[in-house]
Design a protein around this ligand. Structure first.
Ligand SMILES: [Zn+2]
Ligand SMILES: [Zn+2]
Length: 257
């Protein structure tokens, strides 16, 4: 079985003490490709520097809604993308659950980042929490004729089946973390119905460890747990789930597996 962890943060301080062991455990568990997602200028640089040492890891350029009020969004991000060639712009988005940033600032930065992705023809990784309506409206308002302007994924999907359908209708993907194993009814219902080829898997490590490891630091090796759980819940062959989600990630990020 080969899996792609499409969203983790191995460049975060949480892995400073044992990063290489974590990477080895990931490879041993069949998680052979990792996307390290940046959240602000500092972590974008760290993700880039880590990924330049490992060919099976790629980095992104993000400005998380939690940091939307702290950074000068435009110019520095533009230069970073041109210089380092990330595989996506993200994570970007809206978080009305616990962000320090005012919602108007979040929306402004989110729009700027979508335009930047459009300029560089990159897909986006969208973080959206307690903010589905505004997220969806902005995704649509940036594009013409009701189509999303860029290819994108809503990461750590935490809404319901109806929201998922709306995203799939504008060509978006969704991705599921270990929270599917917490058996939250609406997320699980969406995960059961998500069509193969339109969703990916991720850990969001160091956050959101799956049920058996809940409360501990998460790591990419645990992606195998979520994959196993999902395959069982969906009544699907694990190998097939792994293969199709990996192929979806390969197409989305334009990475060879
Ligand atoms: Zn996120
Ligand atoms: Zn994240």
């Amino acid at each position: 079985m080969k899996l792609v962890d499409t969203h983790c943060h191995l460049h975060f301080d949480a892995f400073d003490a044992d990063r290489e062991e974590v990477i080895q455990r990931s490879l041993d568990a069949g998680v052979t490709h990792l996307i390290n997602v940046g959240t602000d200028h500092g972590t974008n640089e760290k993700a880039y520097s880590l990924c330049s040492k490992h060919s099976f890891m790629r980095h992104t350029a993000g400005l998380h809604p939690h940091s939307a009020h702290l950074e000068n969004a435009d110019d520095e991000m533009d230069r970073f993308i041109a210089r380092t060639k990330p595989v996506a712009v993200g994570e970007i988005g809206l978080d009305y659950f616990k962000s320090e940033a005012d919602s108007e600032i979040q929306k402004k930065v989110f729009r700027q980042m979508l335009e930047l992705a459009q300029k560089f023809d990159l897909p986006v990784i969208v973080h959206s929490r307690n903010a589905f309506d505004d997220t969806y409206e902005i995704l649509n308002s940036v594009g013409a004729h009701g189509r999303a302007p860029v290819r994108g994924v809503m990461h750590c999907f935490s809404y319901d089946e109806e929201a998922m359908k709306k995203l799939l209708d504008i060509g978006f993907l969704v991705s599921f973390t270990g929270i599917v194993t917490y058996k939250n009814a609406s997320v699980l219902a969406a995960a059961k119905k998500a069509p193969l080829g339109h969703f990916m898997l991720e850990t969001d490590a160091p956050y959101l460890a799956p049920q058996g490891f809940r409360g501990k630091r998460n790591e990419p090796a645990y992606l195998a747990e979520s994959a196993r759980f999902l395959a069982q819940t969906r009544g699907e062959d694990l190998e097939k789930l792994a293969q199709v989600t990996s192929e979806t990630a390969s197409r989305f990020f334009k990475i060879a597996l």
